[in-house]
Each structure stands twice: as C-alpha cells, then as structure tokens.
Ligand binder design. Structure first.
Ligand code: LER
Ligand code: MN
Length: 291
C-alpha cells in the first residue's frame, strides 16, 4: 500500500480539493519531504504539466504520480459527460482524452470524478446515464490500448446528483463492462452517502483500484471521527494493497495538514505491510490456522 497527496498548480481555483498549490515540480519535492510515496495531480488542462521537469523531480525523489484528477474541468469550465449540448460533451471527452495521454507518460490512472456531470433538471436519470456511458466508452477506447485505468468516483449529493454512493458506482462500473474502468471510493463521500464502508469495499473488491482518504470533516485523517482501525481492517480483509491518497482541506495550513495525514497514515501502512510479510512467511498449510 502506498500513500499519495492531492496537489495542484498555483492557478487552481479555491474549489479544487487539494492540500498544496504550487509549481507542480515543487509539489513533488514538498511531498517527498513529508514522506509521501506519490502525488495526485488535480488538473484543468493536460498542458499544465511540464513533463520533462516533473519527470526529473520524480526520478530525483523516487515519487510516483498514481493518478491525474479532473475535478476542475467540471468546477472551473462546466464541462461534463451528461451535458445536454453534444459540443460540451465532446469538449469534456477531449479534456479527459488529453489527460489519458498525459497519464500514460507517468503510468497514472485518470479520475473522471465530477466530469461525470449531473442529472439535468427536467431530464431523467436514464438520459444522464446514456450520455455518461457514451463518453466513458469513448475515453476507454483511448485508455485501454495505452494501459491507463479510468476511475469512477462516487461523489456526495451536495456536489452532484448522479453516482453518489458506492453501490451506484459499482453498478455503473459493471454496466460499463470495460477492463480499464475501475471504482475509486472516497471515504469522505462514503461517510455521507454509504450505510457501510465494509459492504461497498467487499462488494467492489475486484474493481477497486484507488482510494481517496480524508476524515469525516475532510480534514487530515485523525482530525475527525472516521473509524480508522475498522477501515484499515477492511483494507486487510479485502487484500487492498493499492494507493490511498489524501484529498483533504489545507487547514489549518497546507503544511500542517500534509504533515498530519502522513504522520497518521504512514505507520498504519507500515504496520499492514509487516503483517502481510509475517503471514506470507507462514507455510501455506498452517496459514489458515495462524492468521
Ligand atoms: C470531489 O469532492 C472529489 O472528491 C474529487 O475527487 C472528485 O472530483
Ligand atoms: Mn475524491
């Protein structure tokens, strides 16, 4: 399991849910200093990234870019997959396609997040779903041959009115039926929308490939009231060994938030790795009895 932090460039809107806003190459260095394993880039345009400069900082620090997220395409530019205007849907799709090509440079996934869009007033959920799946398939056609995963993130009802909870996310990922389309639970949204963390993680275990973490109030983990021991137990029970990325508010200030998330999560990640190693060291015949 690895730990990431969501960051953005200096121009990112206040509505971007990131901790650090800085030159993206400097974001890599700052996260490395806090002990993170990678940075998730929250972008508005793929062209924001100076690929050689960022790659140089990744090589120097050993950090990775596990994911590129696209919430600002929705929040800043109003581009999304369920829009009634086909030109807007095409522009949203093109932005994601550009991000998929960028992600391929870094071995990253692309979070289609809020670019999924909304159910428009006067329209049915079926109309939103048809437009959404159509755009998602066009993105998957580009992503699949490049080996890039597209991740679908259920987002709470106060931000969008389409794909809000984990069960809806699981249903849509399965309906898409594309190997590159996966689910990304975000604990902050789940805390609002889902009856049970365990139910969603167990039902979606085969399609979950990335997780956003924050505490109940979207502050750094440990500063709210999510049941972290139970959550890490669920990760162990379903053998989730992928990235968890802190997508938290920069309060009381970016560095304190980044430091707290790392101080709270890294020991849990290490503890989990140690437990998996000790289980792996037990001969298979006795494993069921001892674990
Ligand atoms: C928005 O609340 C969020 O969680 C993002 O990851 C999606 O754009
Ligand atoms: Mn999120």
């Amino acid at each position: 399991m690895k730990l990431g932090l969501a960051v953005a460039g200096r121009e990112a809107l206040p509505s971007a849910f990131v901790v650090i806003r800085d030159d993206l190459a400097r974001c890599v260095d700052r996260c490395a200093a806090f002990g993170y394993h990678g940075v998730e880039l929250a972008l508005r345009h793929a062209e924001e990234v100076d690929v050689p400069r960022v790659k140089a900082r990744l090589a120097a620090t050993g950090l990775e870019i596990p994911c590129i997220s696209s919430g600002q395409v929705f929040a800043a530019d109003g581009l999304y997959f369920t829009h009634p205007d086909p030109d807007v849907r095409a522009a949203a799709t093109q932005r994601i396609v550009d991000m998929i090509r960028l992600a391929a440079e870094f071995g990253a996934k692309v979070n289609t997040g809020r670019v999924r869009g909304i159910i428009h007033p006067g329209e049915t959920p079926e109309t939103a779903r048809r437009r959404y799946l159509n755009c998602l398939h066009r993105c998957a056609d580009v992503a699949e041959p490049l080996g890039v995963e597209l991740i679908v993130e259920p987002v709470n009802r106060y931000e969008v009115n389409f794909i809000n909870n984990g069960l809806q996310g699981i249903e849509l990922v399965r309906a898409a039926g594309r190997a590159c389309v996966k689910l990304m639970p975000d604990l902050f949204h789940m805390n609002i929308e889902d009856a049970s963390f365990r139910e969603v993680f167990e039902l979606g275990r085969d399609i979950i490939s990335y997780v956003h973490v924050a505490d109940s109030n979207r502050l750094a983990p440990g500063w709210g009231h999510l049941p972290w021991d139970e959550i890490f137990q669920i990760f162990s029970d379903i053998n989730y060994d992928g990235w968890i990325t802190a997508e938290i508010l920069p309060h009381p200030d970016p560095d304190s938030a980044a430091r707290q998330a790392a101080a709270f999560l890294l020991p849990r990640i290490r503890q989990r790795a140690q437990r998996s190693e000790s289980i792996a060291a037990i001969p298979p015949t006795t494993r069921a009895v001892r674990s």
